[in-house]
Write a protein that binds this ligand. Structure first.
Ligand code: ATR
Length: 273
């Protein structure tokens, strides 16, 4: 049977096996999908061993995405732009192709929630790997403006300069931000520590859409905060998780699984509904 897995550390909490097993059942593809948690300095060897032993493809998550970028034989254009790889496919020619489906997953999830990206003013919080991976797919949707704000302003400036050729992207400090924005995307890891990015409450209004790439059994700190200040449309990263997985599955199997039912089952599994 064709073998796939996700590399990460820690990875035991990963929902990818659950999601891909449902995709496989739905599309009647015969495959198995597991987990691998190599030590941080043993990822390269573990990856090689997996493919030497017949593995067909894998996902890569924290903290291995940047390392995977350097280990594959060739890169998709979107992985090259993202500077990170979250999906690897062994092609029929024996080539390890590195791809990145995170940004496409974010855009697909935003669209599935009915969020309009064209001509919109988008505020992206954070300038780490998650922000980098989403910039090209977001700019491809032709927003009127995309502003990056980050605690360490120089990192936002660097990112804006790097993606400037793709669209109207600028960097501003949290203090400089002036609304109204149509959409705020939180790509920071602040919610992981129960912290908030230092965003002025005045930027939140009833018609704004709020997206936090993090997720949990209950609302993230950022979503709680945004709701308190009047945001009516809030979304967490669970949908992005399922959409990036669907995109990876499509890369591997050439068939696109449906995501709605799988997202519902995942929520049930996590106790969210
Ligand atoms: P990822 O790959 O998930 O994006 P990362 O590369 O470590 O993770 O980036 C984390 C991002 O969250 C960074 O933009 C970080 O800001 P700094 O560049 O200033 O470190 C941001 N971040 C983390 N904790 C934060 C907090 N409490 N408030 C604001 N931003 C925070």
């Amino acid at each position: 049977m064709d073998r796939y897995l996700v590399f990460g550390h820690p990875v035991r909490h990963s929902k990818s096996p659950f999601i891909h097993t449902l995709f496989a059942r739905q599309t009647q593809q015969e495959l198995e999908y597991g987990l691998a948690e190599p030590d941080v300095d043993e990822f390269a060897q573990a990856l090689r061993t997996f493919f030497d032993q017949g593995g067909k493809g894998c996902n890569v998550t924290v903290p291995f995405k940047e390392q995977a970028f350097t280990l594959v034989d060739c890169l998709s254009p979107r992985a090259k732009r993202a500077g990170a790889v979250n999906t690897i496919k062994l092609t029929d020619d024996g080539v390890l192709l590195g791809d990145n489906t995170d940004g496409a997953g974010l855009v697909a999830d935003l669209k599935s929630h009915g969020v309009t990206l064209a001509d919109s003013r988008i505020l992206l919080l954070g300038a780490g790997g998650a922000a980098r991976g989403s910039l090209a797919p977001l700019l491809a949707e032709l927003p009127s403006e995309l502003v990056i704000a980050n605690r360490t302003h120089t990192k936002a400036q660097q990112l804006a300069a790097e993606f400037h050729d793709l669209g109207p992207v600028t960097a501003q400090t949290y203090e400089q931000l002036a609304g109204p924005f149509d959409l705020v995307i939180n790509s920071t890891s602040a919610s992981l520590q129960g912290e908030l990015p230092p965003l002025a409450p005045a930027l939140i209004h009833t018609d704004i859409a709020i997206y936090d790439m993090m997720y949990g059994a209950s609302d993230t700190a950022f979503i709680c905060w945004a709701k308190q200040h009047g945001a009516r449309q809030t979304m967490d990263g669970l949908g992005m998780l399922v959409e990036q997985a669907a995109e990876a599955f499509t890369v591997w199997r050439g068939i696109r699984p449906g995501t709605k039912q799988v997202l519902r089952e995942l929520k049930r599994n996590l106790g969210v509904i």
